[in-house]
Structures are given as structure tokens and as C-alpha cells.
Design a protein around this ligand. Sequence first.
Ligand code: HEM
Ligand code: HEM
Ligand code: FE2
Length: 482
Amino acid sequence: MINMHTLNTIHLNSGQKIAIKYFSMAVVLFVVQIVFGILAGTQFNNPEFLYQIIDFNVNRMVHINAMIIWLLYGFIGSVYWLIEDEAKTELVGKKLANFGFWVLTIAVLVVVLVFLFIQSGEGSYASIWLINEGREYIEAPRWADIGIVFVMLIFFYNIYATFIKGKWSGIAGVLVLDLAALAGVYLAGMFYSDNISMDQFWWWWVVHLWVEATWEVLVGCIMAWVLMKTINADRRIVTTWLYIEVTLMLGSGILGLGHHYFWIGTPEYWLTIGGFFSALEPIPLVAMLVHALYDSGVKNFKSTNNPALAWLIAHAFGNFFGAGVWGFFQTLPQINLYTHGTQWTASHGHLAFFGAYATINIAMFYMAIQVWRGNIHMGSSLIDNGWKWKTSLALLNIGVVGMTIAMLIAGYKQAFIERAVEGSTWSGYFKAQSDPSFLLAMDWRMTFGWIIALGLIILIWDLITIGSHSEMKNNKPKLLST
Ligand code: HEM
Ligand code: HEM
Ligand SMILES: [Fe+2]
């Protein structure tokens, strides 16, 4: 029997109703990220393109800030999505959560418009407050920072208080502590010092301790919950793994911070600390990979949501390769001396952010759409054979991996010509930048960039349409109902 399934919030609990708002905004900002990535990448190869209309530095800034913000929207959405199921009670502050969503969204909109309309000018205390704080990845001015902290406090309160009212679990404990750390670390990005070393020292607390500690723990919690929902993984096993991962992650991730302190004017002991601890960082990532594969292997993998599972697998591998392997490449100071700040770094940045974080958010979008349409079956029975999700999965992953390889080749050329042969001179920099194989690699980056863009279009088309005409197979066990 073929049935029409429309999106209807009647199928959602209160936390999930909030979650879909966050997810929708995440998708919008994902599009913004890719549009500005394409602009920045095009300008990298043709510097006169849109020169002085919208400059490279602005496009790059919007590209990476949109990324951070859409991933945060996705994470907040994911936690609101699972909270009522995990705490076995209703979300305490529904109105508050909605209010937080609108404060954040209006702040983001205003900040982006200001970035686009005021592209250059004098830097002063006023511009830190009103225009741009000048810290890569978290460039929002201070007024918006305060708004963001406020929204994070609402979020934290809501999650904490809901668990207190309902049921505590291992996942709940780790999640609440992690959200406190995630919000707390953000404050370090609001200090200002005109000593550039000091400024960078604190700024890295946000960037590094987010992606290599608090965000990793957060995705560990999300993954644990999703594995229980999709493949009926045993709670005791996922929770035990979660504790192991958190311990390892915090052990290596916190002092691993040192790999950003090699060349910014901090004391020399950071070379040893950073080199040693960050070399250990792949260990928890291996643990996470083994965890996911172990759980999927021992359970008989009967999934009602194939796209979500496929993206979770992409996450497990992406996290391991993007963060663990590509990070490890350049983390010893002896190597980093040659690779620091080259396309090698950008290669790691792209594979890690996409592989570890974009993927798991996309998995959660698919989890959400399934329930939002009335808990439909999204296994192999999809009417159109699921060609859209499969194509977009392939295009996005091939696109990112292709870009990563292109940038790795470009970075290798830079490390070789600019650093090793020319001894880090200014002329060496230009020699590397104009080397034919460097330029060719940068063209390949754009080819793969367009593949990513196409993959994103099909992903959105799929999210809007998947399951709308699905067969009624609802009498199957509703693993995803909450
Ligand atoms: C999902 C987790 C991770 C993400 C999202 C991530 C992302 C990034 C990004 C975007 C940068 C560039 C920062 C800049 O603008 O200068 C970077 C730099 C770096 N990352 Fe990661 N990273 C992750 C995990 C790791 C791990 C586990 C290691 C080590 C094993 C590592 C080692 C490094 C090093 C050494 C640099 C400095 C590169 C340079 O000298 O320019 N990263 N990371
Ligand atoms: C159409 C696809 C994309 C294009 C054309 C693109 C292009 C670019 C360009 C030109 C830069 C500036 C690099 C530089 O300063 O030399 C950049 C930086 C960056 N992009 Fe993308 N990007 C794309 C997709 C993505 C995706 C999917 C992610 C992750 C989810 C991502 C994450 C980043 C990060 C983290 C940086 C900063 C890296 C660093 O400074 O080391 N980008 N991108
Ligand atoms: Fe780091």
C-alpha cells in the first residue's frame, strides 16, 4: 500500500519540536557555508573575481563562521531531540528554549549582515564590540558573544533541569558536564589583549578544546544514544565505551592544546607537551571507531533508517581519518615546522570538520525527518530505491575526500618548496604559490568543491521529499519512536 506522508509536528514531543527548528536553521547555514566556500575558493584561483565587492577575507570568514554556527545549531538540535527520550520526562522550559532559538537566530542574521556590509575599516574597541572580534572561527562581535552565552545558559539550564526532573543516566551525566565545559570554554574567546601571543593563547582554548575535547565528547553521547535507538545497542556497553572514550579524550585532548602553541611565542616546553599529548590523540578516536563497528557487528543490523546509519558510519570513519590520521600527520613539532599553516593544515581542517561533525549532524537530520513524517520506514523499502540519499552521500563524501587530497598535494608542494628548499623566505612563499602542480591542485579543489555543492543540493531535495510516498510498513517494530 502506498501512502502519502506529510511532515506533521503532531508526531513530535516538545523537545523534538524545538529540535527541528534548530535543524532547519542548521541546513540553511550549511548552504551559506558552501556558497561562501565556493566564492573564496574561486577567488583563491582568480584573485580579481569580485575583488573589492566582496573580498576573499570576508568570504573565508563567512565560510568558516557559518560552519561553526551550523554545527552548533545541529548539536543543540540533537540534544533537544534526544532529551525527553533519555530523561523520560517532558522538557522543562519549552518557551525558554524557543526564546533562545530566536535570540540566537536574530543575532546570527545581524552579525552576517554586518560582516557583509562593513568589510573593512579601522579596528578599535568599538569595532570589537560592534563589528568583528577578529578571532578566526568565532569572529562575532562582543554583543553577539554575550547573546550566545545567554542562549547557551538557557540551553544548559533546560537540559540539566530536565534530567534532574526525570531520570539520570550515564549519558545524562557526561552530557551535562560536557555542556558546562563547552559553554565555559567559549568565555576564553572573549578576552582581549593587545599582546598577540596572549590573545592567541586564549583563543585556542575555544577552537581546540571545542573540536578536540568537548565536541568529541558531545558526539560520543549522541552516538551512544543513536546506536541504542537504531540498532538496539546495549545501554551498558555504550555507556562503558563512553566513559572510556571521555577519559582518553580528556587525557590527550586537553594538553594536546600544545600543538597550537609551537610557534606563537609561548615557552618552549609546549613543544614537548604538545608533541607528546597530541600524538596520543588518535587513541580515543580509534576507540570510537571500534565502538561503532563493534556495536554494529554484534547486533544484527536491522535498520529502519538506512540513510542515518550510513551517515553514522561516515562519521566513525571521518572522525578517525580526518581528526586522528590527518591531525597526527602534522602534530609533531619537527614536522609541523614545515607544514604549519599550509594547505596541509586546510586539508586536515576540511576532512576533520566534515568527517567528524557534519556527518553526524546529517545523520540526526535523517533521524528527525523519519519521526517528523510519522515514524515511517526508511530501510530498503523506499519507493524510489533511495537514489537521492545514496547519490548525495556519495557526492558529498567524494567531494570532501577529493578536496582533501588536492589540498594535501598542494600542502606538500608548499612544505617542500617554501619551507624545505627556500627556507621559509618571502620569495619561497611566492615560488610555492606559483608552482604549476600547486596551481593544478587548487583547480582540483574547485572541481571537488562543485561536487560538494551538487551533493548538498541533492541532500536537501532528499530531506524534503524522503519517505513522502513511502510504503506503509509501520507495523514493524518502531525502534525510533519516543
Ligand atoms: C574533529 C576533530 C578536529 C578538528 C575539527 C580539527 C580541525 C582543525 C583545524 C580547522 C585546524 C586549522 C586551524 C587554523 O585555522 O589554524 C587544525 C589545526 C591542527 N590540528 Fe586539528 N582538528 C581536529 C583534531 C585534531 C587531532 C586529533 C590532532 C592531532 C592528532 C590535530 C592536530 C592539529 C594540528 C597539529 C594543527 C595545527 C596545524 C598548523 O600547524 O597549522 N587535530 N585542526
Ligand atoms: C564547496 C566546497 C568548499 C570550498 C570550495 C571550500 C573552500 C575553502 C577555502 C578557499 C578556504 C580558505 C583556505 C585558505 O585560507 O587558504 C576554506 C577554509 C576552510 N574550510 Fe572550506 N571549502 C568547502 C567546503 C568546506 C566544508 C564542507 C567544510 C567542513 C565541514 C569546510 C571547512 C573549512 C575550514 C575548517 C576552513 C579553515 C581551514 C584552515 O584555515 O586551515 N569547508 N575553505
Ligand atoms: Fe588542535
